[in-house]
Design a protein around this ligand. Structure first.
Ligand SMILES: C[S@@+](CC[C@H](N)C(=O)[O-])C[C@H]1O[C@@H](n2cnc3c(N)ncnc32)[C@H](O)[C@@H]1O
Length: 312
């Protein structure tokens, strides 16, 4: 699909309204929510905040209330009540997001961690084995879709370097502010960013200052805006496409469309990386059926890599 056509199909297009009212923001949220898992607690929590808000300014203040998000940002696991969008970025990133983008970030959050310190740890560990068949003298092209504020893409460069690959990662996300933040190479702080003995090979910081990626990592990255639902994504094809922690938000036709657009970027014989929820939950059975029909084979019982058949 070409980019113009993709944008015309953008059901979640950000309305060109500089100062939206509460009902305008709510209508946008309802439109996005219609494409998502109706049982999602993010949806219920966001609409509870809408119900409690007197106007748009009040809503936006509630969505970024630092006191209500402080525990969540420190701990990273406790449920907040509708402020998850803000919780997974930081004030600098939030500031450049318009009101519609802030609402969107509560329905599909930017939750992300360095893969070594989160639920991506088994996939990070298995990376050398998963990529062992790739000739080391050839470049290894990776897409991280979606990349949020960059930690997955940063992690995949680290994993590629540890596996002895000439790795290059393209990160893609729908939220322009996340893409910009990822490009900056500055991590949104999380308590476990450094939870890896070799973290200092890829990350740097001075004193209590911000953590940034090292130049050797940055040189292997690029970032762009894209959308798994419209298909406005880099063409590739890629040796590895990582699509973690997004498909679980979708159901039905939307889920199938998102997966199809992502999987189309994997080279024959290449790898597709998902997450444990896609691999095991009842809700994601349609994705597993799509994987099988398209000739994908799971590589490990304890990590979410799939190899595309060479002839597919
Ligand atoms: C939970 S994060 C996952 C980030 C990363 N894959 C990880 O696991 O660390 C979900 C991301 O999906 C992005 N997103 C939401 N809808 C999208 C779409 N239609 N196309 C591309 N990215 C989207 C959000 O902006 C958010 O950054």
């Amino acid at each position: 699909m070409n980019f113009t056509l993709a944008l015309m199909n953008d059901a979640w297009a950000i309305p060109p309204i500089p100062d939206p009212t509460l009902p305008e923001l709510r209508r946008f949220a309802e439109k996005v929510a219609a494409d998502l898992d109706p049982g999602s607690r993010y949806i219920a929590e966001l609409f509870a905040v809408f119900d409690a808000s007197s106007d748009a300014a009040d809503l936006l203040a509630r969505l970024a209330d630092p006191q209500r998000t402080a525990v969540f940002q420190t701990d990273g696991s406790q449920a907040s009540a509708g402020e998850r969008g803000f919780s997974w970025v930081d004030p600098q990133t939030w500031e450049v997001m318009n009101p519609f983008e802030r609402v969107l970030s509560n329905l599909l959050t930017g939750e992300t961690r360095m893969m070594w310190s989160g639920e991506g740890a088994p996939e990070f560990r298995r990376f050398p084995e998963a990529t062992a068949a790739h000739p080391r003298e050839q470049p290894f092209r990776v897409a991280s879709i979606p990349c949020s504020t960059g930690k997955e893409a940063f992690s995949l460069v680290a994993a590629g370097l540890e596996a002895g690959l000439d790795v290059h990662v393209t990160g893609v996300d729908r939220q322009p502010a996340y893409v910009e933040r990822a490009r900056s190479g500055r991590l949104v702080v999380h308590g476990r960013d450094w939870d890896y003995p070799r973290a200092g090979t890829y990350l740097q910081r001075s004193g209590q200052g911000p953590t940034t990626i090292r130049d050797a990592v940055r040189a292997r990255l690029d970032f762009e805006q894209g959308d798994v639902l419209t298909g406005a994504l880099p063409e590739g094809p890629f040796d590895l496409v990582s699509c973690r922690n997004l498909l679980g938000y979708f159901r039905g036709e939307t889920l199938e469309r998102a997966w199809t657009h992502v999987a189309a970027r994997v080279k024959p014989g290449g790898l597709l990386l998902h997450d444990a929820f896609v691999c095991s939950s009842a809700e994601m059975a349609p994705v597993r059926a799509l994987l099988e029909a398209a000739g994908y084979r799971r590589l490990f019982p304890d990590a979410s890599y799939f190899r595309r058949d060479h002839d597919a």
